[in-house]
Design a protein around this ligand. Structure first.
Ligand code: ADP
Ligand code: MG
Length: 577
């Protein structure tokens, strides 16, 4: 468990403040994360890494000459929002384009893709490499589905060094992609981790047992076995990785990362490394500048992972190149980048609110009361939603929803005070949700509120037909963006039947109140029915057995909010307008 925190909701922000106060030599804070304090050399590619907080030194501790140029920092174990990634990339960009790189998790993919699209649309050439080193997370036939763990470092390291050597975006992308396809990792865990402010661990490993193939967000392991000796752990890790060695590699030199997940001592790692070195020697492989220590952690999880990174001449050159960051040093760096001027810091642009009819402004008050109702039902269920997500996911669904819905309600309140119409209020609430919540569900909920807001507009009082259209569009956009189909065990399995029941209710001439009531019943039923579905996408996918029998957290929270909105509409008595 974490011993030191203030308000758990402020944890990620406060650690960033402390980190940048400690290491101004390397990093400075910008909206959304950090960039190198000496900047990106003009014309060079900027390598921007990122992910949730709780993995230190990943990601902000790996920013500095020879490594990343910036890191977008999400909340604990939650992807940074697209807005955060975008603004870090803007701050790091120096004219040579941007390489975004991160571990392959659904929430990160959504948010980084959105940021990439926005940067490209603005004329900043941007490419992405999602790291997929964890061999436990999907079979060799589906490497694109694998998640990223400590192998992140191999990819960030060579990309950063190649960018600093002045290679262009195509080449930096090519090298980072090659590094990713040449890196394999596997982890084991002896105990789970407990997030600041939480009293229960995200998962537990029974005493005397070891979980094999766990992720770095407290995702439970793929299998379990009796606790082996250090040598047996070394054997398991080396054997598993060698059995998946890249086929086309004929070299015998490998980069190596023996990574402590948070609660394993360096001394224990050296005992394991002793055996690893013997086994690699026996297999005819030479480790090149092995890294042994905490590099990509998972709070105070007791665990260790091994990454092997098959090198060719070019990869070795960049793997061994000098680097200097708060948490990673190698060789001597001649550090000659430009310093940023303080006024180059991203300034927030204050946007004018679009004008709205008085009917729409009045309806905005109702919309705000619905957001408040959503906030209060999520506040009441944070722990339950977290527990549900911990069964087969990473346990952050409660916290993520809370951050998102609070930010949405706050933004709505501000928009209301500024005289926004109903559509704009909901759109701004959606932006704030996506920006503050991070994670998969944050990006999707932002999209949902945006869709409904756009459909309502600010000209007329919202009609039931406009709401219905907005919900239908939201379903389409979420499916288009997140690539989940009906039946994949996601919030789509509630959103789509809810939208259908809503449209049917209106078509059969029922009032908004009655329609919402029937559609909320359909949503409830649909959420419960996800218990029997097999997860096909998102973090639960590698954990089919654990997930079976319990409903999808995102589906459950959505049905909850729909029900809360129904009650709020009832008590307002305005549903028939
Ligand atoms: P994360 O997966 O980043 O930890 P959350 O825990 O907040 O994010 O949300 C998890 C929920 O997000 C899942 O229960 C599921 O309903 C939803 N989800 C995940 N991936 C998708 C997707 N591709 N499309 C639709 N919904 C998804
Ligand atoms: Mg989650």
């Amino acid at each position: 468990m974490a011993y030191l925190f203030n308000n758990p909701l402020d944890f990620a922000e406060q650690l960033t403040e402390g980190l940048t106060a400690a290491y101004p030599k390397w990093i400075r804070q910008v909206p959304g994360g950090v960039v190198r304090s000496n900047g990106t050399a003009p014309g060079n590619v900027a390598v921007v890494a990122g992910g949730g907080s709780g993995h230190y030194p990943a990601f902000a501790g790996l920013v500095g000459p020879g490594l990343a140029h910036g890191a977008a920092m999400g909340n604990i174990f939650a992807s940074p929002s697209a807005q955060q990634i975008y603004s870090v990339a803007k701050a790091a960009h120096a004219g040579g384009g941007v390489l975004l790189t991160y571990g392959n998790y659904a929430g990160d993919v959504l948010n980084f893709t959105q940021a990439q699209d926005r940067l490209n649309a603005e004329g900043i050439p941007t490419r992405m490499v999602a790291v997929t080193d964890d061999i436990a997370s999907a079979s060799a036939a589906e490497t694109a589905k694998r998640r990223g763990i400590a192998g992140d470092l191999a990819v960030f390291k060579v990309a950063g060094a190649a960018a600093d050597a002045g290679l262009n975006l195509d080449d930096v992308f090519r090298i980072a992609t090659l590094a990713n396809s040449n890196t394999r990792s596997l982890g084991v865990a002896f105990s789970g981790c407990t997030l600041p402010g939480s009293t229960t661990p995200l998962f537990t490993v029974p005493a005397g047992r070891m979980a094999v193939g766990m992720g770095i967000h407290g995702e439970p392991g793929i299998s379990e076995q009796n606790l082996p000796t250090a040598d047996e752990v070394a054997e398991l890790l080396v054997r598993s990785l060698l059995s998946e060695a890249p086929e086309e590699m004929n070299g015998n030199r490998v980069g190596l990362i023996l990574n402590g997940l948070g609660a394993v001592k360096s001394e224990e790692l050296f005992v394991v490394y002793r055996k690893i070195a013997q086994l690699l020697d026996f297999a005819g492989l030479t480790p090149v500048e092995p890294e042994i220590g905490e590099l990509v952690t998972s709070f105070e999880m007791a665990g260790v992972s091994l990454s092997l990174f098959w090198l060719d001449y070019e990869l070795e050159k960049y793997w061994t190149a000098p680097a200097s960051t708060p948490a990673f040093r190698r060789g001597a760096v001649t550090d000659t980048g430009p310093r940023y001027a303080a006024d180059e810091l991203n300034q927030e642009v204050k946007k004018e609110l679009p004008s709205a009819s008085s009917a729409s402004r009045q309806a905005a008050g109702t919309v705000q009361s619905l957001l408040d109702a959503a906030q209060s039902v999520i506040d009441d269920n944070v722990a339950d939603l977290g527990a549900l997500d911990a069964i087969a996911g990473d346990g952050d669904h409660g916290i993520g929803m809370q951050r998102g819905v609070r930010a949405a309600a706050d933004a709505g309140r501000k928009a209301l005070a500024d005289g926004a119409g109903a559509g704009t209020l909901l759109t701004l609430a959606g932006d704030a949700w996506a920006d503050r919540a991070g994670g998969t569900s944050g990006a999707l909920w932002g999209m949902i509120l945006n869709s409904i807001g756009e459909s309502l507009g600010d000209e007329d009082a919202p009609t039931a037909a406009r709401i219905s259209l907005g919900i239908t569009q939201a379903g389409r956009r979420v499916m288009d963006f997140g690539k989940a189909e009906l039946g994949d065990k996601t919030l789509i399995d509630v959103l789509i039947p809810f939208g259908q029941a809503f449209t049917e209710g209106l078509d059969s001439g029922r009032s908004l109140d009655e329609t919402w009531h029937a559609a909320a019943d359909a949503a409830d039923h649909a959420a419960k029915s996800t218990a029997s579905l097999v997860p096909k996408i998102g973090r639960a996918r590698p954990h089919v057995e654990k997930s079976m029998g319990s409903p999808d957290p995102g589906a459950v929270s959505m049905a909850m909010i729909i029900r809360a909105v129904e009650h709020a509409l009832d008590s307002k008595g305005e549903g028939n307008e």
